[in-house]
Design a protein around this ligand. Sequence first.
Ligand code: ACO
Length: 363
Amino acid sequence: MVQFPGLEGVVAAETAISLVDGQQGMLIYRGHWAKDLAVYNSFEEVAYLLWYGKFPSANEYEAFITKFKKYRVLGVEEKKVLESLPLQLDVMSALRTVISSMSHTFTAWPPTVDDAIRITAMAPTIIANLNRRNEGVEFVEPHPDLNHVANYLYMLKGEIPQKAHVAAMNAYAILTMEHGMNASTFSSRVVVSTQSDIVSAICAAIGAMKGPLHGGAPSEVMTMLNGIGSKENAEQWMREHLEKGNRLMGFGHRIYKTRDPRAEALKTVTGRLASEDPWLDLAVYVEELAIKILEEYKPGRRLYTNVEFFAAAVLRSVEMPSTLFTPTFTSSRLVGWTAHILEQSQNNRIYRPQSEYVGEMPI
Ligand code: ACO
């Protein structure tokens, strides 16, 4: 019998990048609470922390930002590949293909932080412009004065985003950057453990993320909140929904049996925006009421808001198209993947688990 199906519970590597503790609701990035980083730091600062293991000095940060801005501009060749892709191709496959086509321009082995910055910096430009192409509108170049997150929103719409939207997306991006040895991160570590290149490892991770069991979109939460529609309607809607045996989307989690720390942090940001956006105001209201109602209908099950609930609220408030939910999640998770790729390459042992043969034997 297989002792650990799906490798559940198996510790396959030591890591200093993050700690995910589902019982206590803890998410720590290199010794710092992710929930605090999401509110008080920029995407670039937290990326630096995950890659280098420390915060940058003022000079280091300036040089880092200069690189980030330089690398987010696509070259002629990359644009040609992007333009040549079939319009029917989904954004995740298209992103994987554009990145893959640049493999010859990256270090063969070992991967470097420079490689990590480059892939992370260019991904939003690729995603935003794939979307623009699908919408039949012109390519938008990155804005030199905007940071990573603000620039992504700018490229999507072609206009300078509101500060409040940038703050909410910044928190979302930081909280989805890293989450331990999940399927996509593990895939990237397996590939790089063969001393293959960083681009191959990232393409494998994008492939894993694309599956609905992993990179699933918070669109069902949106459908639920749209169905509720107003504060006045919320209680009756939720009770009727639960009485029919349905689940409230965005509540409950397999690992977190207390509040999901990512949901907590996103709620802080969403709360600040709520006065400006009635939809966010509704989300905050529904959350509090739902937790009480769930305790009434499912006592003792410890059902709290998961990350998908407020992710939906944030993505909806910045008018992100639902086709870009998983690619947007991917663009921030690139930081975690590349941090793990660097860590794996620095202390490498090829992954080689075993399988148990249950087939026929020769007679
Ligand atoms: N609404 C109502 N009841 C719920 C909910 C919910 N959202 N979640 C769990 N329950 C109930 C179940 O009906 C079950 O009740 P029972 O004991 O009377 O049978 C009990 O709580 C335990 O449920 P399980 O499915 O065994 O819990 P598990 O930890 O395996 O499931 C899951 C976790 C799949 C996330 C679940 O809570 C759920 O379906 N939530 C709604 C969908 C959702 O929000 N998904 C996003 C998850 S976040 C992420 O994947 C990154």
